[in-house]
Design a protein around this ligand. Structure first.
Ligand code: 6R9
Length: 659
C-alpha cells in the first residue's frame, strides 16, 4: 500500500486500508459500545457458558434453566433446558415494573401522516387486551394464529399477545396473495387470522381482507377472523366468523397473567422460499430465540435504550421485522420508530424527514433501499438534519462497496459505523457482522462471526478453505440459541436441507462465500435456486409453477438476473401451449399479472421472454446458467452438456427479434 493515497483504485476490497480513509472505531464510540473485545474472549473460552450468561443477564426467567444446550438429538437442538419464561413479559411488563413505563416504545408514523406515541405502559395494556381477546375467541396455548397485517402498532400487539398466550404466530407479509396466504394458513393449521380492512400504500388505501376471505373459502382450519379497522374501506362480513378488533380488543380487560412457557415452546413459524416450490415453515422457540434477538440487537446495533431512537425499516412480514422490530428492541426496552408506508410517499425525502423528526440514532435497512436513494440523488437526504444518526445497519443481501460508501457519506455524515449483518430466517438473528465499537470496517464485507458464532467456508468436498479469494460454501460450525428448531411438520426436510450437504456437523446456509487477505468474509449470494430480489427470498420453482398454472403456459424457467436496484430481478422464459399465440406485450403483461396474483407483486417478473425451447441437459434439467447469460446480456457459456445445442441459438435469435 503506498502512502500517496492513490491505492484505493487497486481493488474494491481494500478501501479500509487507504490512508485517507480510517474505518476503525473512534475512541468515543468504542468507550460507550455494548459490543467489546472481551465478548470474543469469553465466547472462545467457553461457548456454552457464554450463551448461558447472555440468557441470564439479558432475560428474566420465571424458572432458571438447568442445561444450557442439549445437542444429543442433533441436529435438533434444545437450549436453556428446563427454563421457563414469558416472551411478552420480557418485552413489555418487566420494563414497566422496572419503572420505565413512561418510556416510549413505539413512535408510529402512518403513511398519511397520522402518528401515535405508545409508551411501554400503554403497550402492556394493549398486549394484555389483545391476549384476552384472543382467548375469548378460543385461542389457547399451542394454537397457531396467522397474522396478515400492515405495519401498524396492532401488528406488534398481536404478535406479543400470541407470544404471551403461547400460541405460535405465523406472520404472512401483507404483499402476499390470497393463494400464498392459503398455503401458509393450511400448512400451519391456523385457527385464527388477524388482519385489517386494508393498508395504505403509495397514498392510497389497498384492501387486505378480501385476500383473507379468498384464502379461507371452502375447507379451512380458520374459525375466527379478527379485523383491525385501518382504511375504513368497505369489507364483506361473515357474522359467524368475523370480529372487529375495536369490538373485542378495545373492550377487553387490560389485566392478563403472563404464564411462563417452556424455553423450547414454539414462538413462531415464518415461511421462507426453498429450492422447491413449497415454502418452508421455519420455526423458532422461546428462550434461545429471545436471547439471540436481545443480545445481537445490543452488541451489533449498539442499542442504548435510555438514549437511542432506533428504526428498523423492515416489514414485520419478514424475519428482520420479527427479530429487529418486535423481539430484540422490545426485549431491550428500546424506543423505536415504526413507519407504515413507502419511502417515496408523499416525497422521496420521507425517510430522512422521519429521521430528523424523531432524531433517529440507529437506522437498520437494506441495500436495495440504499441503491434506490442513490438513484434519487444526494440532494434529497442533504435537505434534512441527519446528525442524530450514530449507527447504520444493512441486511438482506450483499451491499456493494459503492452503496456502502454512499450510505456512510450521505446518511452517516462520514462517521457513523455501518454494520453489514449477514443472517437468515433460519438463524433467528445476526451471525456475521462487525461490532461497531471493535471492528475496523471493510465496505462490502460482513466481516466476522460475532462472539458466540463460528463459521467456516468449505470447498465441494467439505474441506475448510482459508486462502484468500477461494470461493466456497458458508457453514456454521456450532449450534447457537436462535437457530431454527426445524421445518414445521417436516423434520426430514430440515435435516436434508441444512444438515446433509456436509454432514451433521455443519449447518449449510446455502450461501457462497470467500475470505479476503485480511480474513474478512465476503458473502457471494445464494448457491441454490433461490433468488434475492430487494432482499426478499423467492424461489425459482415457485414462480415457475405460478407461470405454468396459467392456461397458456406449457413450460417455464425462471432465473435471477443482476439488477442495479433490486440486486436480482426475476427473468422468466416461457413456452406457450399449442393454440396460444404470442401477442407480444399483451401476453407478457397478462403473465406478469398472473404471477402477482398467484404469489404477490414482489414476485412479478421484470422480464418475460416467450421462447420455442428451453435449454436442457440430457437428464432433462433446465440449464439456468445459460438463461442467466441471456438475461444478463452476456456471451452464452458452455453448451456442450445440452441435449440439443442449437436451442440457445434459437433463444438468442428470438431475443434479438423482440424489443
Ligand atoms: C435476514 C434475512 C437470508 C439470505 C441469506 C443471504 C442473504 C442476508 C445478507 C445477505 C449478504 C448480508 N443475506 N443478509 N447476503 N450480506 N448482509 O435477510 O433473512 O430473508 O431469510 O434471507 O439473504 O443470501 O442466505 P432471509
Amino acid at each position: 500500500m503506498s502512502e500517496t493515497g492513490t491505492t484505493s483504485a487497486t481493488s474494491s476490497t481494500s478501501t479500509s486500508q487507504s490512508p485517507e480513509r480510517d474505518l476503525s472505531p473512534s475512541s468515543e464510540f468504542a468507550a460507550q459500545a455494548n459490543g467489546t473485545k472481551e465478548l470474543f474472549e469469553q465466547a472462545d473460552a467457553d461457548h456454552e457458558a457464554f450463551w448461558a450468561a447472555q440468557a441470564r443477564e439479558r432475560l428474566s426467567w420465571a424458572k432458571d434453566f438447568d442445561t444450557t444446550l442439549d445437542w444429543s438429538g442433533a441436529p435438533f437442538a434444545k437450549w436453556f433446558v428446563g427454563g421457563e419464561l414469558n416472551v411478552a413479559y420480557n418485552c413489555v411488563d418487566r420494563h414497566v415494573e422496572a419503572g420505565n413505563g413512561d418510556r416510549v416504545a413505539i413512535h408510529f408514523e402512518g403513511e398519511a401522516g397520522d402518528t401515535r406515541t405508545i409508551t411501554y405502559a400503554e403497550l402492556q395494556k394493549d398486549v394484555a387486551k389483545a391476549a384476552n381477546a384472543l382467548e375469548s375467541l378460543g385461542v389457547a396455548k399451542g394454537d397457531r394464529v396467522a397474522i396478515y397485517l400492515p405495519m401498524i402498532p396492532e401488528a406488534v400487539a398481536a404478535m406479543l399477545a400470541c407470544a404471551r398466550i403461547g400460541a405460535p404466530h405465523s406472520v404472512v407479509f401483507g404483499g402476499f396473495s390470497a393463494d400464498a396466504l392459503r398455503t401458509r394458513i393450511a400448512d400451519a393449521e391456523a385457527k385464527v387470522v388477524i388482519t385489517a380492512d386494508g393498508q395504505f400504500r403509495r397514498g392510497k388505501p389497498a384492501p387486505l381482507k378480501p385476500a383473507v376471505d379468498a384464502a379461507i373459502t371452502g375447507e379451512s382450519t380458520v374459525e375466527k377472523v379478527l379485523v383491525v379497522k385501518r382504511t375504513e374501506g368497505e369489507v364483506e362480513w361473515d357474522d359467524q366468523r368475523d370480529v372487529w378488533w375495536h369490538d373485542v380488543v378495545d373492550g377487553a380487560s387490560d389485566q392478563h397473567e403472563a404464564v411462563p412457557h417452556d424455553s423450547e415452546h414454539p414462538l413462531f413459524i415464518l415461511y421462507t422460499s426453498g429450492t422447491t416450490g413449497k415454502p418452508k415453515g421455519i420455526f423458532h422457540t422461546t428462550g434461545g430465540y429471545l436471547t439471540q434477538a436481545a443480545y445481537t440487537n445490543s452488541v451489533v446495533h449498539d442499542v442504548h435504550p435510555e438514549t437511542d431512537v432506533y428504526w428498523c425499516t423492515a416489514d414485520i412480514g419478514w424475519v428482520t421485522g420479527h427479530t429487529y422490530i418486535v423481539y430484540g428492541p422490545l426485549a431491550n426496552g428500546a424506543t423505536q420508530v415504526i413507519y407504515e408506508g413507502t419511502p417515496d410517499t408523499p416525497h422521496q425525502g420521507r425517510w430522512w424527514e422521519i429521521v430528523e423528526k424523531y432524531k433517529v440514532s440507529i437506522l437498520y435497512t437494506a441495500p436495495t433501499a440504499i441503491r434506490t436513494f442513490m438513484k434519487w440523488g444526494d440532494d434529497i437526504p442533504a435537505k434534512f438534519d441527519l446528525s442524530s444518526l450514530r449507527v447504520l445497519g444493512s441486511v438482506g443481501e450483499p451491499i456493494n462497496p459503492e452503496a456502502w460508501l454512499w450510505y456512510r457519506r450521505n446518511i452517516g455524515g462520514d462517521k457513523a459505523p455501518i454494520v453489514d449483518t449477514w443472517w437468515q430466517t433460519e438463524t433467528g438473528g445476526i451471525m456475521i457482522s462487525p461490532l461497531p465499537g471493535v471492528t475496523s470496517l471493510e465496505p462490502g464485507s460482513a466481516q466476522r462471526p460475532i462472539p458466540g458464532i463460528s463459521a467456516e467456508i468449505l470447498d465441494d468436498e467439505g474441506n475448510p478453505l482459508h486462502e484468500a479469494e477461494a470461493v466456497g460454501y458458508l457453514v456454521l460450525t456450532k449450534p447457537w440459541p436462535g437457530m431454527l428448531r426445524g421445518i414445521w411438520g417436516d423434520p426430514e426436510r430440515y435435516k436434508e436441507t441444512y444438515w446433509s450437504r456436509f454432514g451433521e456437523k455443519y449447518y449449510f446456509a446455502g450461501d457462497g462465500a470467500k475470505y479476503d487477505a485480511d480474513g474478512n468474509i465476503w458473502l457471494l449470494g445464494r448457491v441454490d435456486d433461490v433468488m434475492n430480489v430487494s432482499g426478499h427470498r423467492l424461489s425459482t420453482a415457485e414462480i415457475e409453477s405460478a407461470l405454468v398454472s396459467h392456461p397458456s403456459v406449457a413450460e417455464a424457467a425462471v432465473v435471477g438476473a443482476t439488477d442495479e436496484t433490486t440486486g436480482q430481478a426475476v427473468c422468466a422464459f416461457v413456452i406457450l401451449r399449442g393454440g396460444f399465440a404470442d401477442n407480444g406485450d399483451e401476453t407478457v403483461q397478462e403473465l406478469r399479472n398472473h404471477v402477482a396474483k398467484e404469489i404477490g407483486p414482489i414476485a412479478k417478473p421484470r422480464q418475460i421472454m416467450v421462447v420455442a425451447e428451453l435449454p436442457k441437459t440430457r437428464s432433462g434439467k433446465i440449464m439456468r446458467r445459460l438463461l442467466r447469460d441471456v438475461a444478463e446480456n452476456r456471451e452464452v457459456g458452455d453448451v456442450t452438456t445440452l441435449a440439443d445445442s442449437s436451442v440457445m441459438n434459437l433463444i438468442k435469435q428470438g431475443m434479438s427479434g423482440s424489443s
